[in-house]
Design a protein around this ligand. Structure first.
Ligand SMILES: *Cc1c(COP(=O)(O)O)cnc(C)c1O
Length: 840
């Protein structure tokens, strides 16, 4: 599967599929391609073209250069049928595409030269223009994007199936310290990376009823008579692997209204009624929901899930038929991965399609389903475990509910055999939650229907077995496994950190980007002060760029030579941005009181969105901004402390931030962060981590060495123990003077212009039940931060530790994760894509 030998990207006979203007990869050809697109696709002259025009022209020219590989990859799987990965995810946070495609094609320099001829000083000005499709909330969606890139780079045939939301995650503004949400109109002005494929549209039903009938062979059957339909129109985004011919696809479904229904209404004269139904169908793919665990828009969310899952499964079945493959052999040609429970309805939908449409017997259909589907669990937080109210579910998906009852009946029969007379275990394992309001438990459906269930880091997978589903794990021990997350080094080092990348190219050779284990060679340089100096210069250069960005965005001037201490991720109580914020107040007080004159100058940077309905998270943003206002305006803090909240954290901004960080804050309550992936991006880029023993932090520390990691905080089992023994945050507050003084300052309104009410809910939560044990971990966190200060004052030591983080983080490449999925869950192999003349 290794693809360490980059292939020659020049077509064997250029002009065979397309003329050089569409396929050539030298600067002349890219320039000519841009010129042609400016004229013919955009209707512009080179002399009057705007930056946006040039961005579009370059994007089209690059897209042209993907097409041969894109089509050849689809042809290869037709010519030589083998298993394809179908990665089902409600979110794909893919980030900007132009820079990634240039890198993977290997034509960044050529593009730089081509845009130069249009009078553009730097390619970065063009890259700036790209709107990123915010089709995800955070980590889970970004993971799906990293996995698609690794699949293509490892030459594995794959399709990512999801939803083409018209509005992605909201854009975040900060006004008077508060988060303000603005709709994300990423499609305005056209987005050049998608190819609509209306000929491959699918019908999806909702609502209505089921009925029994006798078929032509005299067999009793059921069928679903939906009351409503929508059409899914696929929009394909090419995902090119790094320096290979393989170009996989993201296939995102847009919901359209069905013509036939409108037609009827038109005929009876109900024009506006018809338009209303059209609007209703089209709202299905209108907006991405923030993962706030609230009940808002529940019905529409379930609709979205069934919509994209049904389209995707129909698409897979249709592709078998097109290729003359028996549906019976589905699992030899498709392996269906469920990214969390959002697509878990796939278990029932595949059963429905196989039984109702293809007339399979139950056992056969169940065998096909369970040998195709696998499920990744992403969270243990109870509010994030999806449950659908039975009434809602049956009104929207009545046939699926019948099938789920049958799946459940047969499953519980198995449980009864194993645990005779144990009714408690039946209630615990049933797909239907009978406690309180009856509901469908999607994690149970996914677990029962999947051949593998995996967690996303060692601790998390262990907690799934020990805490979340111990009975399932006892029933099927071989089903449960771990695959620790990873991130793609192409985007997160190659694109995000060009200067470090060149240094690595020179030092260990260019292959590190597809074989991160090669970075181990850097260990030999740990005492080479000349090299450490070069290494730290790449960091300083990233920090200078970020400092410029911070100044432009927030007006705050920060010193690039100060310690850049960064916490960027969704804002959530379990991620504990408030722990970090309180620590900043303690440092502020030390400086104010002249306690520690020798304190290391720091720039504390926060970034992240809060779900619009999550009051406490929004208050945390206001809290950070309140602290920033006071600190940054105080002359005593000059040259010592700066606090910045970077608005609108997304992939594009992440590329600037991860590479410009000295200290990575990974401070979640132990047991709460399933894995984290930001932690990996930071470590690869040579940031040191201050963190708890949570998620993948544990594995990062194991690999980079405990001496190169600032550990603090209670362990998962200590947290459990505290919770079980009437945890009282007040004892921790009274035992830590710096903590009680920091809290006191907040209470009196020091960070809210004297308003002592504003942050009261936050203070009350921390001093009352403190559900995330912020108070319990504070003192140890402060101790670890002091350790950070001490090491920072010894640059040689700091740089050595940072280098060893980069050298030893190869394990966290998503290439490693994907190889594990391929081997132990999917059983898929790479496929060589030959570029030959026959495909056009
Ligand atoms: C990596 C990433 C995340 C996930 O960050 P965590 O620290 O793992 O929560 C969220 N958002 C964006 C834009 C990312 O790139």
């Amino acid at each position: 599967m290794s693809s360490s030998q980059p292939k020659d990207l020049r077509l064997p006979t250029p002009g065979c599929y397309a003329d050089p203007i569409k396929a050539g990869i030298d600067a002349d050809a890219v320039f000519d391609g841009m010129t042609e697109h400016l004229f013919f696709s955009l209707g512009k002259l080179a002399t009057t073209a705007s930056l946006r025009d040039l961005y579009m022209a370059l994007s089209y020219a690059v897209r042209d250069r993907l097409m041969t590989r894109y089509l050849a990859s689809q042809e290869a799987i037709r010519a030589k049928p083998q298993k394809t990965v179908a990665y089902l995810s409600a979110e794909f946070l893919i980030g900007p595409q132009l820079n990634n495609n240039l890198l993977n094609l290997g034509i960044t320099k050529e593009a730089e030269e081509a845009v130069g001829r249009f009078g553009i000083e730097s390619l970065s000005h063009i890259l700036e223009v790209e709107e990123e499709p915010g089709l995800g909330n955070g980590g889970l969606g970004r993971l799906a994007a990293c996995y698609m890139e690794s699949l293509a780079s490892l030459q594995v045939p794959a399709i990512g199936y999801g939803i083409r939301y018209e509005f992605g995650i909201f854009n975040q503004l900060i006004r008077d310290g508060w988060q303000v949400e603005v709709t994300d109109k990423w499609l305005k002005g056209g987005w050049p990376w998608e190819l609509p494929q209306p000929d491959e549209s699918c019908f999806v039903g909702f609502g209505g009823r089921t009925e029994s009938y006798v078929d032509e062979k005299g067999k009793y059957r059921s069928r679903w008579i939906p009351s409503e339909h929508a059409i899914g129109v696929p929009h394909d985004i090419p995902i090119l692997g790094y320096r290979v011919n393989n170009c996989d696809r993201l296939r995102l479904w847009r919901a359209d209204a069905t013509e036939s229904f409108d037609f009827y209404a038109f005929n009876i004269g109900d024009y506006y009624g018809a338009v209303e139904e059209k609007v209703a169908s089209e709202t299905i793919s209108k907006v991405l929901y923030p993962n706030d665990g609230t009940d808002e828009g529940r019905r529409l969310r379930l609709k979205q899930q069934h919509f994209f899952v049904s389209c995707s499964l129909q698409d897979m079945l249709r592709s078998l038929e097109k290729r003359g493959i028996e549906v019976e052999d589905f699992s030899e040609h498709w392996t269906v991965q469920l990214n969390d429970t959002h697509p878990a309805i796939a278990v029932a939908e595949l059963m429905r399609l196989l039984i109702d449409h293809y007339h399979f017997e139950w056992e056969k259909a169940w065998h096909i389903t369970t040998s195709s589907v696998a499920y990744t669990n992403h969270t243990l937080l109870p509010e994030a475990l999806e449950k659908w109210d039975l009434d809602l579910f049956s009104s929207l998906l009545p046939r699926h509910l019948d099938l789920i009852y049958e799946i459940n009946k047969r499953f519980l029969q198995q449980v009864r055999l194993r645990y005779p007379g144990n009714d408690l275990i039946l209630r615990k394992l049933s797909i239907i939650d009978e406690d309180g309001c009856k509901a469908v438990r999607m994690a149970h459906l996914a677990t029962i229907g999947a051949h593998h269930v995996n967690g996303v880091a060692a601790l998390h997978s262990d907690l799934i077995k020990r805490q979340l589903m111990p009975e399932f794990a006892e029933l099927w021990p071989e089903k449960f496994t771990n695959i620790t997350n990873g991130v793609t080094p192409r985007r997160w080092v190659g694109l995000a950190n060009p200067e470090l990348s060149s240094l690595l190219d020179k030092e260990v050779g260019k292959d590190w980007i597809t074989n991160m284990e090669l970075l181990k060679k850097l260990e030999q340089k740990e005492n080479d002060s000349g090299f450490l100096e070069l290494f730290s210069k790449t960091k300083l250069s990233g920090k200078r760029k970020l400092a410029g960005y911070i100044h432009r965005q927030t007006g705050v001037l920060v010193d690039p030579s100060s310690l850049f201490d960064v916490q960027v991720k969704r804002i959530h109580q379990y991620k504990r941005q408030h722990l970090n914020a309180l620590q900043v107040i303690a440092q502020y007080l030390r400086i104010k009181n002249g306690v520690d004159q020798d304190i290391a100058p720091r720039t504390v940077i926060f970034g992240g969105k809060a779900a619009p309905g999550y009051f406490m998270a929004k208050l945390m943003i206001r809290f950070i901004n309140g602290i920033a206002d006071v600190v940054n305006a105080d002359p005593d803090m000059d040259g010592r402390l700066r606090v910045v909240f970077l608005p609108d954290y997304n992939v594009k901004l992440g590329e600037q931030v991860y590479s410009a960080t000295d200290l990575s804050e990974q401070i979640s309550t132990a047991g709460k962060e399933a894995s984290g992936t930001g932690n990996m991006k930071f470590a690869m880029n040579g940031a040191l981590t201050i963190g708890t023993l949570d998620g993948a932090n544990i594995e990062i520390r194991d690999r980079v060495g405990s001496e190169n990691f600032f550990l603090f905080g209670k362990t998962e089992s200590e947290i459990v123990e505290l919770r079980e023994n009437q945890y009282d945050p007040k004892t921790y507050i009274s035992n830590c003077k710096e903590l009680s003084e920091a809290l006191r300052l907040v209470e009196v309104g020091h960070f809210s212009n004297g308003d002592s009410e504003l942050f009261l809910p936050l203070i009350n939560s921390l001093t009352g039940s403190d559900p995330f044990f912020v108070m319990a971990d504070f003192a140890d966190y402060l101790r670890a931060q002091d350790e950070v200060n001490k090491v920072w004052k010894n640059p040689q030591k700091w740089n050595r530790m940072a280098l060893l983080n980069t050298a030893r983080s190869g394990f966290f490449s998503s290439d490693r994760s994907i190889k594990e999925y391929c081997k132990s869950i999917w059983k898929v192999k790479p496929l060589d894509v030959e570029i030959s003349c026959d495909i056009n």
